[in-house]
Design a binder for this molecule. Structure first.
Ligand code: FPP
Length: 242
């Protein structure tokens, strides 16, 4: 396995392929989400094993509301069940849970479960788990711009002070380092409105593996691939130049 120095500190994941996994087995799509929640558990275990500091997962995009009502309802029920079932164990393992995205559209039971999970785990430091729910990158950036504009209108901020650092700090993950490694399962090669700002210099890794099949070995394959990348952040890295 890779040396600790070449491990990413922050990994972001689009957990895609639940529906196809279920359909291939002649089962309802929601069974795929159930199996997907087991895959998330395994992934958290692997992240803890490699002392990855931050794991950010896309659980529900702002576009997911357009799915059939029954699938959305089952998905939200699954979130609540998984929360109630797993929070104690996550807490025992030192995982801090944070939800990012607009939770105002969720029912009170789910909002309450989210708030309780965040409160219970807020002092943990082994792993920060950001769960993106009803999240969209465009909306996140637009919200940050709006808050800065409001601060200018209140005369609390000079518009000349607005730069990339200032705007980035207003985003949902503004207090965290950006992802070093992005993983998308399920074979699609796009970002789907996830962390658009934060992924500017992130190493991207795509795999055909469907999310419910994603296991420790698949995660390690992504970590190995990351360790072989040369990150230059727009510079020239080790390349000699005149
Ligand atoms: C994408 O698969 C997955 C989702 C929209 C939901 C992700 C949810 C989980 C992995 C469940 C566990 C999460 C928590 C927080 C308990 P898809 O349905 O788009 O699959 P498809 O591309 O094959 O149709």
């Amino acid at each position: 396995m890779t040396s600790p120095a070449s491990l990413p500190e922050h990994v972001a994941i689009i957990m895609d392929g639940n529906g196809r996994w279920a359909l291939r087995q002649g089962r309802p799509r929601t069974d795929g989400h159930e199996a997907g929640s087991d895959a998330l558990k395994r992934t958290i275990e692997t992240a803890l094993k490699y002392r990855i500091r931050i794991l950010t997962v896309y659980a529900f995009s702002s576009e997911n509301w357009s799915r059939p009502k029954s699938e959305v309802r089952k998905l939200l029920e699954l979130f609540l069940r998984a929360l109630n079932r797993e929070v104690r164990e996550l807490d025992e393992h030192g995982v801090r849970i944070r939800f990012v995205g607009d939770r105002s559209a969720f029912n009170p039971a789910l909002r309450d479960g989210m708030a309780r999970a965040e409160k219970r785990t807020r002092d943990n430091s082994a792993l920060l788990l950001n769960v993106a729910v009803n999240y969209g990158g465009h909306a996140d950036i637009a919200g940050a711009a709006r808050r800065l504009a409001e601060a200018v209108a209140r005369d609390e901020l000079d518009s000349k002070q607005i730069d990339a650092d200032r705007l980035g700090a207003e985003l949902a993950l503004g207090d965290q380092i950006p992802p070093d490694l992005f993983i998308r399962t399920g074979g699609e090669m796009r970002l789907s409105n996830f962390l658009l700002w934060e992924l500017a210099y992130t190493e991207l890794y795509f795999t055909e593996v469907l999310w419910p099949d994603f296991d420790g070995g698949d995660f390690e394959a992504a970590l190995d691939d990351y360790a072989r990348r040369e990150r230059r952040f727009g510079g020239l890295g080790e390349v000699k130049h005149a």
